[in-house]
Design a protein around this ligand. Structure first.
Ligand code: DGY
Length: 324
């Protein structure tokens, strides 16, 4: 803690985990959102008055209009997330607003959740649990509750950043052979033994399992569409822990209904917390409410990284993870 951080007024748009919230209030001139209610543009602009920093989360949109309307005093936006698709980075850059995020610290938790989605979907865990909870568990049966094997199968990863690489490492523990599609080929030491495909059309026909771990950008919006689904082997299993709009819902739902895709594990949804309700009726959809990074350790580390970014800014040091 320094004199500079003590006098640095910072709005946090959401309540953070207890330990992080305590640090926030002790270290900065803190403007917390004690009600933890979602802040709309009007509320953000009002609370940000006189603030030099804002800690935000993916639940608040900082589009070009909001950024243009921010009080002059705001110098830095530190998001409590690795994803920055809720922030118009170009508009931030044009206004001279520093943007920082929280990479690295959520890699393991999100990769674990990706494996959970692949495995949960492949083994139809949601159906098995429902049968048990509803008291419909009869005698053990050689024929019922059959999923498909993940071990030894072929996995394609779309987006081989830190999280994609961590998924590849885990998949090797299942004896899977791993391929990836990425904007660029990785050096061998980062590729984790996975094979690079510049063309999705060449990778998809080999993917028994497909994991979407890419950032949401104009290029990845609706990346998994009807055309690409057609290229997958019949009965493929898909997981999305990236962002909802990376998947075209109409196409995925149709493929889940027809069995072209045997099962999907989804942690993220277009328009969340609302989601396309047709997913709720699909027995072959394993659904989670965006818990990719939701462990105590990870959320504390994310909050601390967001505050580290603000503290570095206040002290005139390099930001640990600046994106704009
Ligand atoms: C992120 O950090 O972008 C995650 O989606 C939040 O868990």
């Amino acid at each position: 803690m320094s004199e500079a951080t003590k006098g640095f007024r910072v709005l946090a748009t959401r309540l953070m985990p207890d330990a992080v919230e305590a640090r926030f209030r002790a270290e900065f001139d803190a403007v917390p959102n004690d009600e933890d209610a979602a802040l709309d543009q009007k509320a953000i602009l009002r609370l940000a008055e006189g603030c030099r920093g804002i800690v935000c989360t993916p639940t608040e949109k900082f589009d070009a209009e909001t950024i243009a309307l921010l009080p002059e005093s705001v110098e830095i936006l530190a998001t409590f997330s690795v994803g920055c698709d809720h922030i118009d980075l170009e508009a931030a850059q044009a206004r001279g607003l520093v943007v920082a995020n929280t990479p690295d610290v959520l890699t393991d938790a999100t990769a674990d959740t990706t494996i959970l989605c692949l495995l949960g979907a492949a083994r139809m865990a949601q159906n098995a649990e429902r049968i048990l909870r509803e008291g419909r568990w009869g005698r053990w049966s050689p024929r019922e509750m059959l999923g498909v094997h993940m071990s030894g199968k072929r996995l394609g990863i779309v987006g081989m950043g830190r999280i994609g690489q961590a998924v590849a490492r885990r998949a090797q523990g299942f004896g899977m052979s791993v391929m990836y599609h990425n904007r660029r080929e990785l050096p061998a030491e980062d590729a984790q033994g996975a094979t690079f495909y510049a063309e999705p059309a060449e990778m998809l026909p080999q993917c028994d399992f497909l994991a979407l771990t890419c950032p949401l950008t104009p290029q990845t919006h609706h990346w998994l569409n009807a055309e690409r689904i057609k290229l997958l082997p019949d009965g493929a299993v898909v997981a999305n822990t990236a962002r909802g709009p990376v998947v075209e819902d109409d196409a995925l739902i149709a493929a889940l209904k027809s069995g072209k895709i045997a099962a999907a594990g989804l942690d993220v949804f277009t328009g969340e917390p609302k989601l396309d309700e047709r997913y709720l009726d699909l027995g072959n959809a394993f659904l989670l409410p965006h818990i990719g990074s939701a462990t105590v350790e990870t959320r504390n580390a994310m909050g601390n990284r967001a505050l580290d970014n603000i503290a570095a800014h206040a002290d005139g040091r390099d930001h640990p993870s600046r994106v704009a």
